[in-house]
Design a protein around this ligand. Structure first.
Ligand code: G4P
Length: 525
């Protein structure tokens, strides 16, 4: 059967979950897989997630051996209620890296999972900042309602204050922890109750906002508290605004428990309804390519190397922007003009990889790569060339000096560094005058991956000297003055030769700004 592009695009939903480690990202992903019928048993995803979390940093190679697991789970595609849902993993913990940020450039929505006992934590804030610049819908799930957490009003106020986004509570907890009675659902105008057999049931609200019929819970103070809160939200809170949600200006907030599944289906149903189909993408020629355009186009946002050490294969992850991808089709890689037959592509399921037969805008496909692709590359079918806008680079936060151990291996050292930098695995800097190599990364693991790959793929052993965390700020070359150097900053240049100061800490940056108020310090995204 020939699939209709418009229908296929309409039912696509591509999103990532942003959260601080341990907020419940894995658990809620698993619930989605359960509801969609992709897995039958709870614990499947978690067991896998746990396995890689357990490894110490130096065991990266062992993690790599298990990559079959963590990579297939880095993109998952499931059917949920007629929608084709693509979930992109944003690695946290030790795996946190620029890849995590770049993945957010390939999604149309984000789900922010917050531990209701803890509120907004640092990693959530960082990821939120990247997502909010894109103006895509952001859905909030306040998790772990089965435990005693913080006051719901505090949580919502903190979310608005710390992240600077308006919030609209879609439902409101009736108690929490041991006293959890259910959810007062303002959006669907019903009360959601969890029965002891884990089946939820719903009681519609009457005109006054009371649960219809006779129920024991109606005489409890927890229920009247929820009614009071709902009244307050109605009078003093934000109004529901679909357009604002769609533009990422208003985040719908859902309460629930990923572990017990309570509130999860309500959340998922609203998510697929309120999030939108794949968006058009802008080209460097300032044109929008629309998802329903006949012609296939896509861009590469991530390259994962060495997934199978025996084959040294790499997989380039492509976000499809428009048209229909068909197995075996020929595409052009815009940067080089080279044509490539897409014979071996892979799509990612919950626990296996499958050859792709066809795919549409919003889908992620994996191309087996022998070194053709770079992050940010555009591929397209047909004769008319397309180049999507460049993906942003992210300001690295930790730095490391690096040098070859054996001077005889200089050549392979340089070749290795050049290729890994191109791949986007790590950022390269040099001290401004002495040209010593400095690596910059968003997460510690990137250094270990770098060291391991340089040794295994380029046979170059390296000496690494940690420099710790720094604040990197770019300045215009004409502003540069030798007097600006101090013991609290290090002047370096990036791989394009642009000057960048590495400040010891916030104090050092502020001190610099006081001394040189005329100089503009810039950061990457
Ligand atoms: P992450 O992927 O965001 O890092 O978090 P993950 O889902 O692995 O959850 C982190 C911990 O929080 C796990 O406990 C998980 O069971 C628990 N958790 C997740 N959602 C809920 C919830 O709604 N309620 C409660 N009470 N706990 C939740 P753990 O002790 O680290 O693992 P395990 O020993 O339970 O497997």
């Amino acid at each position: 059967m020939i699939k209709n592009i418009e229908n296929e695009v309409q039912r696509r939903r591509t999103f990532a979950i942003i959260s601080h480690p341990d907020a419940g990202k894995t658990t809620i992903t698993e619930q989605l897989l359960l509801f969609s019928g992709a897995i039958r048993e709870a614990g499947t995803v978690k067991a896998k997630g746990k396995k890689s979390n357990k490894f110490a940093k130096s065991d990266w190679m062992d993690i790599e051996k298990q990559r079959g697991i963590s990579v297939t789970s880095s993109v998952m595609q499931v059917d949920y209620d007629g929608y084709q849902v693509n979930i992109l993993d944003t690695p946290g913990h030790e795996d946190f890296s620029e890849d995590t940020y770049r993945t957010l450039m390939a999604v149309d929505a984000a789900v922010m999972v917050v531990d209701s006992g803890k509120g907004i934590e640092p990693q959530t804030k960082k990821l939120f900042e990247v997502v909010s610049k894109r103006g895509i819908p952001i859905f909030t799930f306040m998790n772990k309602l089965d435990r005693d957490g913080r006051e719901p009003m505090d949580l919502v106020a903190e979310l608005e204050e710390v992240l600077g986004i308006d919030a609209y509570p879609m439902n409101w907890p009736m108690g929490m922890g041991k006293t959890l009675l259910g959810l007062y659902d303002l959006y669907n105008k019903r009360v959601e109750i969890r029965r002891s057999d884990d089946e939820d049931y719903f009681i519609p609200l009457d005109e006054e906002g009371h649960a219809q019929g006779e129920h024991a819970f109606k005489s409890s103070s927890i229920y009247s508290q929820a009614l009071d809160d709902a009244q307050l939200l109605h009078e003093a809170g934000n109004s529901f605004d679909r357009e604002a949600i769609s533009q990422g200006k208003l985040t719908p907030v859902f309460f629930g428990s990923a572990l017990t599944g309570f509130g999860v289906q309500t959340f998922l149903d609203a998510f697929v309804d309120l999030s939108h189909e794949p968006a058009p993408a802008l080209t460097v020629a300032d044109e929008y390519i629309h998802p329903t355009d006949e012609r296939f186009t896509g861009f590469i946002f991530k390259i994962q190397a060495n997934m199978n050490p025996a084959h040294r294969d790499r997989i380039a992850f492509v976000r499809i922007v428009s048209g229909r991808f068909e197995k075996g089709m020929t595409v052009t890689l815009n940067r080089t003009g080279k044509t490539i037959r897409m014979a071996h592509t892979t799509q990612f399921m919950a626990d296996s990889r499958e050859e792709v037969q066809d795919a549409f805008a919003g889908d992620i496909i994996g191309l087996y790569d022998t070194g053709n692709f770079q992050i940010g590359d555009t591929i397209y079918a047909g004769n008319q060339s397309v180049q999507f806008e460049e993906l942003p680079q992210f300001t690295p936060e930790i730095f490391m000096k690096v040098a070859p151990k054996n001077v005889m291996k200089q050549k392979s050292f340089h070749k290795g560094i050049e290729q890994l930098v191109q791949e986007g695995a790590i950022q390269l800097y040099k001290t401004y005058h002495t040209e010593e190599y400095i690596l910059g990364a968003v997460g510690q693991l990137q250094f270990e991956v770098f060291q391991y790959r340089l040794l295994n793929e380029y046979n170059a052993e390296v000496e690494m000297t940690p420099m710790g965390s720094k604040i990197a700020r770019w300045i215009d070359e004409e502003d540069l003055d030798p007097k600006m150097s101090s013991s609290r900053n290090l002047l370096a240049k990036d791989r394009f030769g642009q000057p960048v100061f590495l400040f010891e800490n916030q104090f050092a940056e502020n001190w610099f700004k006081d001394k040189h108020p005329e100089v503009r310090l810039k950061k990457l995204m």
